[in-house]
Ligand binder design. Structure first.
Ligand SMILES: [Zn+2]
Ligand SMILES: [Zn+2]
Ligand SMILES: [Zn+2]
Length: 406
């Protein structure tokens, strides 16, 4: 029996795509009609999203609401490679318009954070920015929001997978809502309270000094005086752990970049072999230089909660993947191969590196971070195979943490 799936934030779905109850995995995303490789399965806006804390210190000029990069590809490459003489070819294909001055930006009149449009500014004011706006104190390290952000950064070093600012936005949305109970019901779908593994998942998110850090963050959160009337969770250490579990298990990584969109646009140009070779040479060099100077901070990265996409189960051999092709937090889920009618649509919760690991290592990661035993075809096919212990398995951070716990 299909549940209702046309959520407010779903912008589009392929015909036949629907949420169904499964026997063993709760909800799942299915298709009633064949989907071709490369086709879009669904397009969705996040209910809430936010840039990562460390990522923000690289000075991305991005929309405070939809994370759209507001920098031209050339300026972004220049900043991330520290090469201010860099000239990219075919810059007229860049999605951010090159003008002599800054691109058209709307700024909050009180705190000056940038927005890509009046619409994003209006939505953010309506949903959360009224209570989160720091006004002239945006750089004041004693402002409660900055103290919370700093405490989070200290307990959550890159690579980032979550941010406490997402919790702050959720609390602010509840605080500003005319109908907080409806909104809380929407957020509660993300958290299956039947699990009592919240402290384990929060532990994975925060690392070895976990207990101390949850206490610090919970206490700093009180100083914000946000949403606690409706969200009693935010007042206690245990409640805060379950909020971290919510964002840890359901937070979808988002990456926006005017550079990657520009590169796609250049790829689509009709060029002679010579022109192609020379464009590729400049772009490859730019990527190499950016990687050297800014390492893992190439995109404007953050995480968000997506209502429909979060119904998609995991497979170690997925038939779909999540993409952000529009230089914004609007997600497009794309088919990695032809998907037959009545087949379940699955994405991978593991990154490429984790997917390459042994069955034992993949399942351990999924159990500890997402609280389920993977029974995907790949894992089932590998039952009984002698588990090879790879180097990564031995050097597993998770194990180091466990040792420290004892
Ligand atoms: Zn925007
Ligand atoms: Zn503001
Ligand atoms: Zn699996």
């Amino acid at each position: 029996m299909a549940c209702s799936f046309l959520f407010e934030n779903t912008l589009d779905t392929a015909p036949g795509v629907e949420v169904q109850k499964t026997q063993s995995k709760g909800k799942g995303l299915f298709t009633k009609q064949m989907i071709r490789e490369g086709d879009a399965i669904l397009t969705e806006r996040p209910i809430v999203c936010c840039q990562f804390s460390w990522n923000r210190s690289y000075n991305y000029t991005a929309c405070h609401h939809c994370m759209k990069s507001l920098e031209t590809a050339q300026n972004m490459c220049r900043r991330l490679s520290s090469n201010y003489a860099l000239e990219l070819p075919y810059t007229d294909t860049c999605c951010v318009r090159m003008t002599s001055d800054v691109p058209p930006v709307k700024k909050c009149p009180r705190c000056s954070v940038p927005f890509c449009s009046d619409e994003c500014y209006d939505v953010s004011m309506m949903q959360y920015h009224k209570v989160l706006c720091q006004g002239g104190r945006i750089k004041d390290l004693n402002h409660p929001l900055n103290r919370l952000d700093e405490a989070w950064k200290k307990s959550h070093y890159p690579p980032e997978t979550a941010t406490v600012m997402l919790v702050a936005r959720i609390a602010a949305m509840v605080e500003q809502s005319d109908n907080p109970n409806d909104l809380l019901a929407r957020f509660s779908q993300f958290l299956d309270t039947a699990h009592d593994d919240h402290s384990n998942i929060a532990h994975k998110l925060l690392g070895p000094k976990f207990t101390e850090q949850v206490e610090t963050i919970t206490s700093l959160f009180q100083d914000l005086r946000l949403g606690t009337e409706h969200m009693l969770k935010l007042k206690t250490v245990v409640g805060m752990q379950s909020m971290f579990a919510l964002i840890g298990m359901n937070g979808q990584g988002i990456g926006t970049s005017s550079v990657s969109q520009y590169v796609t646009n250049v790829d689509n140009l009709t060029l002679t072999d010579e022109e192609r070779a020379s464009a590729d040479a400049v772009i490859d060099q730019a990527y190499e230089d950016m990687e050297k100077v800014s390492g893992q901070f190439l995109n404007c990265e953050g995480s968000g909660l997506f209502q429909l996409a979060s119904c998609t189960n995991h497979s170690c051999e997925p038939n779909a993947e999540v993409t952000f092709p529009h230089n914004s937090s609007n997600m497009v889920m794309v088919a990695l191969r032809d998907i037959a009618a009545d087949e379940e649509i699955c994405i991978s919760y593991l990154d490429d590196c984790q997917r390459g690991r042994s069955r034992h290592s993949r399942r351990k990661h999924l159990r500890e971070n997402y609280v389920f035993e993977c029974l995907c075809q790949k894992c089932e096919g590998e039952v009984g195979e002698v588990s090879e212990t790879s180097e990564e398995d031995i050097g597993d951070d998770d194990e180091e943490w466990e040792d420290m716990e004892d």
